[in-house]
Design a protein around this ligand. Structure first.
Ligand SMILES: [Zn+2]
Ligand SMILES: [Zn+2]
Length: 326
C-alpha cells in the first residue's frame, strides 16, 4: 500500500515539547517490559471462539449515545494492544502482538485490521511494538510515537523500514475525529507516555507501564470516564518469586511497574466525577492473580469511600469486555 504524504518521519505540527512533572528520560532502555516472561504464541483462541465470548456492546452510556469505544485486545508483559474507535476512526494504542494475533483479536470483536488508521505507541518495549512493522507493511497504518520511542525502536533492525509520524509529549494531536494527548509517565524506556483519548465530550485514559503514579498522571486522568490502568504485581508475590534481586528492584522502582496497591493509590488521586470503569491491565502472570488484584484494589477503594468504580479484568490471551459495557 502506498505511503501517505509526508512519510517517513512526518511531524505533527505542534510546539516544542514541554516536560511535565514526573517526566523521565532514561537511556537505559529495556527491550521488553521488566517482568516479561518468555514470549509464547497465543494458542487456542480462534476468532469464532473469541467472538462468542466478547461481542461489541452498543455504543451507549447512561442512556446517551456515545461514539467512543475501546477494547483491550490483550495485556501482559507478553503483549499489549488496545483498539479505540469513534464511528469514523479506528486506531490501536500499542501493537505488541504478532500481526496475525492482532488480526484474530480484532476479528473476534467484529473489527478488521484493514479499517485501522493508525497505531499510537506508548514506548519502545517489544510487548508494545512487536507487531508494528508487519501491520504497517500489510495495511499501511500510520505509526505515531515521540522521538525517544522511535529512537528506542530503531535499536532493533525490524524497525528500520517503519515510517513514523512524530508527536510531542504533552501536546495533543488529532487522528481523524479522535484527539490524543500523550503525557509523560515514569518507566524504564526512552520517553514513555500514557494517553488521553477524547471524542466530543468523552475521554478515556490508557496507562499501562509506569513505576509510580505522579501528580502529572493523576491530574491528567481526572477527566476520564474509563481507564485502562496497570496493576502489575503484588509486592509480596514479587519479593517471594524466584526472580533475581536486581530484577525485583527494577520492577519495584519508580521506573518500573505499578503494584496493585500503587494502582489503588493512584486511582484514589485520579478518579474524577465521571469515572465509572477501570480495566486492570499488564498483570504479571507470575506475580499477580486477576481476582487478587481486583480484591486488593477494591478493598483500598472501599476503605477510602470509593464504591462506585467497576474494576474489570483484562487478559493476556484474549480481548477484555469492550467498553462501554452492555
Ligand atoms: Zn509493557
Ligand atoms: Zn514497558
Amino acid at each position: 500500500m502506498a505511503a501517505p504524504d509526508g512519510w517517513p518521519g512526518r511531524r505533527v505540527p505542534r510546539p516544542a515539547p514541554e516536560h511535565g512533572v514526573g517526566e523521565t528520560r532514561n537511556s537505559d532502555s529495556l527491550v521488553q517490559c521488566l517482568d516479561a516472561p518468555p514470549r509464547q504464541p497465543s494458542k487456542g483462541w480462534t476468532a469464532a471462539r473469541l467472538g462468542a465470548v466478547v461481542g461489541l456492546a452498543p455504543a451507549r452510556y447512561s442512556g446517551r449515545a456515545m461514539a467512543l469505544r475501546f477494547c483491550v485486545l490483550g495485556s501482559s508483559s507478553a503483549g499489549n494492544a488496545t483498539w479505540v474507535a469513534s464511528d469514523t476512526t479506528a486506531i490501536l494504542v500499542d501493537a505488541g502482538f504478532r500481526r496475525r494475533t492482532l488480526e484474530e483479536r480484532l476479528a473476534a470483536i467484529g473489527q478488521s485490521a484493514s479499517s485501522l488508521r493508525a497505531v499510537v505507541v506508548s514506548h519502545e518495549h517489544s510487548d508494545h511494538i512487536a507487531g508494528i512493522p508487519r501491520l504497517q507493511q500489510k495495511y499501511g497504518v500510520e505509526v505515531f510515537a515521540n522521538e525517544g520511542t522511535r529512537e528506542g525502536a530503531l535499536q532493533t533492525p525490524d524497525f528500520e523500514e517503519v515510517r513514523w509520524t512524530l508527536f510531542h509529549t504533552g501536546h495533543p494531536f488529532e487522528i481523524g475525529d479522535l484527539q490524543i494527548t500523550p503525557f509523560a509517565v515514569p518507566h524504564d524506556a526512552y520517553d514513555p507516555v500514557g494517553f488521553l483519548i477524547s471524542h466530543h465530550d468523552t475521554t478515556i485514559g490508557i496507562v499501562t507501564d509506569l513505576g509510580t503514579g505522579t501528580t502529572l498522571v493523576s491530574t491528567r486522568l481526572q477527566v476520564c470516564r474509563a481507564l485502562v490502568l496497570e496493576a502489575n504485581h503484588d509486592e509480596r508475590m514479587l519479593r517471594d518469586s524466584r526472580r533475581p534481586w536486581s530484577l525485583k528492584q527494577r520492577i519495584l522502582s519508580r521506573q518500573g511497574h505499578l503494584s496493585n496497591r500503587a494502582a489503588a493509590a493512584l486511582l484514589l488521586e485520579a478518579a474524577g466525577p465521571e469515572l465509572t470503569d477501570v480495566y486492570l491491565a499488564h498483570l504479571s502472570q507470575e506475580c499477580n492473580e486477576p481476582d487478587f488484584a481486583r480484591q486488593t484494589i477494591e478493598e483500598e477503594l472501599r476503605r477510602a469511600g470509593h464504591v462506585r468504580l467497576r474494576l474489570r479484568p483484562t487478559y493476556p490471551d484474549r480481548p477484555a469486555e469492550p467498553w462501554p459495557c452492555a
